[in-house]
Write a protein that binds this ligand. Structure first.
Ligand SMILES: Cc1cc2nc3c(=O)[nH]c(=O)nc-3n(C[C@H](O)[C@H](O)[C@H](O)COP(=O)(O)O)c2cc1C
Length: 238
């Protein structure tokens, strides 16, 4: 493989946020998962586990996620009464790792920038709550993707397990790109654990660290959005 080919592949991948309904042929999905197996990991422990759903199982997962999201909407909107109720009754979403909470300041700036960029690209105003909620709900509808996946990490090898899972997922995403598929990591799916437990027998000690989508990108304008990719930050030599 030429270095230019790899550079082109790495730049071709982006987070797809609208998919055509066409299913992914089994042989293609198997090839992508086969490539992901060639990822490095801490002492070759491969401390992660995948759950992948298409068809009716994916549809049931989608319904369960939309239900969980709808019920938690007052919390998502940070309504004080909803926060108080959740605190008093200890009824927070059943995440393995908390997805809510403030980012460190330096990172928050970057997160706000990409969020603002995406909403501006879609013409959604900050004060248009209904449009923002509808856009947020699209995550739980898997953006129309025919296949959804979940990544679990062994809690006994954290944080290295999370690093290894990331290496595996990027290998999987690049292979998907090479096969003409789109992908998107979907951390928001980890806000709720129960939908995936209802569909998969996840081995003990494995915690849900991210979801992801696979499928063929649609022509929706959201897919024309590109996040910025400045050079990887490097520590200055003393
Ligand atoms: C672990 C992880 C979780 C993510 N979760 C979400 C998510 O919940 N919703 C979303 O729209 N994008 C999500 N993303 C996509 C990022 O926003 C995206 O990778 C980043 O903005 C860079 O854009 P690009 O992937 O198009 O290059 C996630 C990415 C990663 C790596």
């Amino acid at each position: 493989m030429l270095a230019e080919d790899f550079s082109a592949l790495a730049r071709q991948r982006y987070s797809v946020r609208d998919f055509r309904p066409d299913p992914i042929p089994d042989a293609v999905l198997d090839a992508i998962l086969g490539d992901a197996a060639f990822s490095p990991s801490w002492s070759n422990t491969r401390p992660y586990c995948l759950a992948v759903a298409s068809g009716e199982r994916k549809d049931r997962l989608k319904d369960a996620y939309v239900k969980a999201f709808t019920e938690a909407l007052p919390l998502q909107r940070k309504e004080p009464a909803a926060i108080l109720r959740a605190t008093l009754l200890r009824r927070w979403p059943d995440a393995d790792y908390k997805t809510w909470g403030r980012y460190p300041d330096a990172l928050r700036e970057r997160s706000v920038k990409v969020g603002k960029g995406l909403y501006t690209h879609l013409g959604i105003a900050r004060e248009d709550r209904a449009a923002r909620d509808a856009k947020a709900q699209r995550h739980l509808e898997f953006h129309g993707a025919p296949t959804v996946g979940f990544v679990f990490v062994h809690e006994g090898l954290m944080p290295f397990a999370a690093l290894d899972a990331g290496l595996m997922l990027q290998t999987l995403f690049l292979s998907a790109t090479a096969h003409g598929l789109g992908s998107c990591a979907l951390g928001v799916l980890t806000t709720w654990r129960h939908p995936v437990d209802a569909e998969f027998d996840v081995p003990k000690d494995y915690k849900l660290i991210t979801g992801f989508l696979l499928g063929y990108p649609s022509e929706h304008p959201v897919n024309a959005f590109r996040a910025e990719h400045p050079p990887v930050e490097q520590a200055r030599p003393r």
